[in-house]
Ligand binder design. Structure first.
Ligand SMILES: *Cc1c(COP(=O)(O)O)cnc(C)c1O
Length: 379
């Protein structure tokens, strides 16, 4: 079954009364008929039928064998990283979602992890960082917000040769464009809040694995940590996924046009977009993914333009998040990456002239016109 169909028809299960959509089983607990009754559901922290239906769907989309739906992307990451037994050294992309950096830098140290943050698109550098106590590699590709692309297949080979657990946060491209498990990743992570849910109305996270042992370890962590997705939010995310392919198509088409427009804008210094052919990682991108998604970052020439643009936009909304149907514009230094040390941000170019946009499904002419008028109004 092709992915567009799978998003709508992931199981042949017939719901009660022939209900076409997945019913919301708003229950914390399930009744048993007697001691011999080992029915599938007992308590919703462990499993819930609405959530199970969604997990089955995301599992199939990612070509995994085990999927767990969490109450947020950060809940998924916080739980999944526990698959790595401390003390451990972990190599991670230096350009990660700000919340992941916060978790890894501030909290993980006290749990016995030591992180090396590097540009994981540089495979020689990656290999040189592997130590005796290295146990895992953790990447985002394309990365957030600099859009570095790391070669999943090649990194998975390095991981296998060195017996390392390989995590890929696949939030930006989703399985519609990129399937890390097929490329050799061990653990796929999602913020379901973003493109999977797609409507800026619910938080969610996912962890998908193929290996049975990892699946069992995660099942234990899942029920123990308890950061599970509610039945209602499971319903919302499943509803969102039904339109994932057509949303991603439109988002990518729009993003390409917006990226080109930005690149031709004399007030813009640099545009970070995975779909430009002269990107150093372009060949890796087209080898491992079938689309470039909707994320663009750019640096304007003067810092004054930032406040001007954020004040003037009318269609783009100045808000922290991404992946929804509405186009958003974000100021990473102040918002998503506010907890990352200033020197680190500056060194990477995430400065007070740096903006990130998540392109939505609006008419692209309206989006470009909105940016045009926002750039134009001089202060
Ligand atoms: C948003 C995001 C997260 C965190 O997800 P939440 O649902 O906000 O907790 C993790 N990784 C990436 C790439 C994200 O964009």
């Amino acid at each position: 079954m092709k992915i567009e169909t799978l998003c709508l028809h992931s199981s042949n299960e017939r719901h009660e009364y022939g209900c076409l959509t997945t019913p919301i089983y708003q229950a914390s607990t399930f009744v048993h008929a007697g001691v011999e009754d080992e029915s599938k559901y007992s308590y919703s922290r462990l499993a819930n039928p609405t959530r199970a239906h969604l997990e089955e769907l995301v599992k199939k989309l990612e070509d995994g064998e085990h999927c767990f739906a969490f109450s947020s992307g950060m809940a998924a990451i916080t739980t999944a990283i526990k698959l790595v037994k401390p003390p451990a050294h972990i190599i991670a992309s230096d350009d990660l979602y700000g919340g992941s950096i916060r978790l890894f830098i501030n909290d993980a140290l006290s749990y016995g992890y030591e992180f090396d943050f590097i540009d994981t698109s540089d495979l020689d550098l990656l290999k040189s960082k592997i130590r005796k106590d290295t146990k895992a590699i953790y990447i985002e590709t394309p990365s957030n917000p600099l859009m570095h692309v790391s070669d999943i297949k090649k990194i998975s080979k390095i991981a296998k040769d060195n017996n390392l657990l390989f995590f890929v946060d696949n939030t930006f491209l989703t399985p519609y464009y990129q399937k890390p498990i097929l490329l050799g990743a061990d653990v796929v992570i999602h913020s379901g809040t973003k493109f999977l849910g797609g409507h800026n109305d619910a938080l969610a996270g996912f962890v998908v694995v193929k290996d049975k042992k990892l699946g069992e370890a995660l099942a234990y962590l899942y029920k123990t940590v308890g950061a599970c997705l509610s039945p209602f939010d499971s319903f919302l995310i499943e509803r969102g996924i039904k339109t994932l392919p057509i949303r991603m198509d439109r988002i990518s088409e729009n993003a390409r046009k917006v990226a080109i427009w930005l690149r031709n804008n004399p007030k813009v210094n640099k545009v970070y977009y995975a779909g430009f052919e002269d990107n150093k990682d372009y060949n890796v991108s087209i080898k491992q993914s079938t689309g470039f998604g909707g994320m663009i970052s750019f640096e304007v020439k003067k810092s004054e333009y930032v406040s001007q643009i954020l004040r003037n936009v009318k269609v783009f909304q100045y808000a922290e998040s991404l992946g929804g149907v509405e186009s958003l514009i974000t100021f990473p230094k102040k918002q998503t990456h506010a907890d990352v040390k200033k020197e680190i941000l500056e060194a990477k170019g995430i400065n007070d002239r740096f903006l990130r946009i998540s392109v939505g499904i609006e008419n692209v002419e309206d989006l470009i016109e909105d940016l045009r008028q926002a750039f134009e109004d001089e202060i």
